[in-house]
Write a protein that binds this ligand. Structure first.
Ligand SMILES: Cc1cc2nc3c(=O)[nH]c(=O)nc-3n(C[C@H](O)[C@H](O)[C@H](O)COP(=O)(O)O)c2cc1C
Ligand SMILES: CC(C)CC(=O)C(=O)O
Length: 365
């Protein structure tokens, strides 16, 4: 028997073996040259840790809260579409795992399980991620459904006016998603003569590229739930988001699947946090694979992090149990990092515990 995975990267390798190539490539892949995809993880490696010693770390507490909800750790499940590509249990298995790990799952609009099915499967705290389609009434219906099913926030993704160019999907003729929440609301026929990525064809038929800042105000007007924006990479947009009245900002480059050559999200986190100035909480995702990465993100000002692909790898390898193992691995690594860095609580993690490439440059001048 193979030895069990010891870290998130080993889960990726096992998922590669477990999944059909088309689905593994879809999950792993990024846009175009995958430059930002590599940078998303390498940027974490360029940040060093500066531990403090002789601090009593006999007890380390990693629990926190986000928008008033208690979490076992500052680690949440990012919205990712089509969990049934990874495992037949789909989003229901992921939601159960998130509930058992006492964390928040952001359910993707492009879920392969119905929102009702996910809501009734367990008592996890859930947020609903929204893609705004050309047919706006679909957004209204889904936001209303999420609200009445007890979802606690709407996360609107703002980096996807069109789908990024994912060459693996083009090569594999990636099949279109089966979005259960759209049953009875919308059916899209892809043109099987066209070739290329059918996922991309689907997205270009449906996604509304005219979405703009005024629509955040519209979105707030159709729901009582807090609205968070996902996909902010600049201080200017962070300020606009605050002006538009959002309740949270997610610094994200969509796991490097949209615009290639954007900065890794961890590299812009600190300036966005400064621009936000504590007005609303800030999350970050992209390339988080180790507890040390979570620690670095917190030191640079994030309230919590979200994890995308590793959750799907865990799901592919072992269903619900695999997702639990991935989240618990990250939690255990964070706890150990905090002990070794002299931080018994999350509040003890400060900017002084990390050194970024910019810090090193400044110290030479
Ligand atoms: C297979 C896959 C599907 C995704 N689907 C969505 C989605 O439906 N909505 C969304 O806002 N982001 C989506 N994302 C982006 C994630 O929410 C997240 O930003 C990204 O995966 C974080 O990077 P990481 O995978 O390196 O952790 C998807 C990412 C992947 C890998
Ligand atoms: C169904 C897709 C549009 C989901 C997505 O956002 C992605 O694949 O990155």
């Amino acid at each position: 028997m193979e030895s069990p995975p010891l870290n998130l990267r080993e889960f990726e390798e096992l998922a590669r073996r477990a999944l059909p190539k088309m689905f593994f490539d879809y999950i792993r892949g990024g846009a175009e040259d995958e430059f930002t995809l590599r940078q998303n993880t390498e940027a974490f490696q360029r940040i060093s840790l500066i531990p403090r010693v002789l601090v009593d770390v006999s007890s380390v507490n990693i629990s926190t809260s986000f928008l008033g909800y208690d979490l076992s750790a500052p680690i949440m499940v990012a919205p990712t579409g089509q969990h049934k590509f990874a495992h037949p249990g789909g989003e229901v298995s992921t939601a159960r795992a998130a509930a058992k790990c006492k964390t928040i799952m952001v359910l993707s609009f492009s879920s392969s399980c119905k929102i009702e099915e996910v809501a009734s499967s367990c008592n996890a705290i859930r947020f609903f991620q929204l893609y705004v389609y050309k047919r706006r009434e679909i957004a209204v219906k889904l936001v209303n459904r999420a609200e009445s099913l007890g979802f606690k926030a709407i996360v609107v993704t703002v980096d996807t006016p069109r789908l990024g160019r994912r060459e693996a999907d083009i090569r594999n003729k990636m099949i279109p998603p089966k979005i259960s929440n759209l049953e009875g609301l919308l059916s899209i026929d892809v043109d099987s003569q066209k070739g290329g990525s059918y996922l991309e064809q689907f997205a270009s038929e449906t996604f509304d590229p005219s979405l703009s800042w005024k629509d955040i105000v519209w979105l707030k007007s159709i729901t009582k739930l807090p609205v968070l924006v996902k996909g902010i990479l600049s201080t200017e947009d962070a300020r606009k988001a605050i002006e538009a009245g959002v309740s949270g900002i997610i610094v994200s480059n969509h796991g490097a699947r949209q615009l290639d050559y954007v900065s890794p999200s961890i590299s812009v986190l600190e300036e966005v946090v400064k621009a936000v100035g504590g007005a609303v909480p800030v999350l970050v995702d992209g390339g988080i694979r180790r507890g040390t990465d979570v620690f670095k993100a917190l030191a640079l000002g994030a309230n919590a992090v979200m994890v995308g692909r590793p959750i799907l790898y865990g799901l592919a390898v072992e269903g619900e149990q695999g997702v639990i193992k991935v989240i618990e691995m990250l939690k255990n690594e964070l706890e150990l990092t905090m002990a070794l860095a002299g931080c018994p609580t999350l509040k003890d993690i400060t900017r002084k515990h990390v050194q970024t490439p910019a810090d090193r440059l400044r110290s030479l001048m």
